[in-house]
Design a protein around this ligand. Sequence first.
Ligand code: A3P
Length: 290
Amino acid sequence: ISRFPLIPVRGVPLMCSIANNWDTIWAFCPDPSDLLIAAYPKAGTTWTQEIVDLLLHNGDAEACKRAPTPVRSPFLEMFSPPPTSSGLDYLKNTDPPRIIKTHLPFQLVPTRFWENRCKVIYVSRNAKDNLVSYFHFDCMNKAQPEPGPWEGYISKFMHGELSWGSWYDHVKGYWAEREKRNILYLFYEDMKENPRREVERIMRYLDLSVSDEVISRIVELTSFKNMKENPMTNYSCVPPPVFDQSISPFMRKGEVGDWRNHFTPEQSKMFDEDYEKQMKGVNIPFRDLI
Ligand code: A3P
């Protein structure tokens, strides 16, 4: 496995396996019953997928396990690494409704998702915690470019040079379209604060109705501790040449505010000043950022 450089697709740097297959990805046509879970990498994608999967299986973890892949649901734009070698191949062989995952920014989501009025759940996370989580992930994921030193990584994040591009454009892109496209826009910090409330919010969005007892079970099964131990969710299925979890586990800390253990006061100040500029005129209620 090599750390290949990123290739821009319409100005967004993407892994070369994605860029090289771009036309096929762009042409993908989902079924109207398919659900898309979208997020910037490390914002809480896996957590959201797990909640949705359990809601659809009425809280039955055993039923979820019978899914043919341990990595819950097909990853739309992923062509490598194994075991989910191609999201599109998987989709071809699986009947709808499917839970499809993507890290693509809004403007790169195949337009048929919107034409077919698919439901879309977007999960976002405050910029500094998202950055910290991404840094540790890039250290352990050998399919991503080298993160380099921490200081330089902050700069790459601010300049939108990481895989899947600018965090700022990503969160703003879905935010601007959320009402028109009926996107459920979630926040990681809300999920940490009151997981039950957020599970119920997802349930309502999906037009599901499950009992209070099942909701409680889902909250328990999707706690950080349980997901860290669960081989269906902790990515232990992706072998060490790709994910070296001895460097940093996929289920790393699962906390809000870990950025305070990484940013120096100067780095934080510089980041905040730039943040003001990049988010000017857009009021997305991120918390625990200052
Ligand atoms: P940390 O690196 O801060 O621990 P994604 O699934 O989008 O790649 O996001 C991964 C991040 O979400 C990691 O953050 C991971 O620990 C965290 N995460 C995953 N499941 C979680 C859960 N049940 N509760 C809290 N955080 C969770």
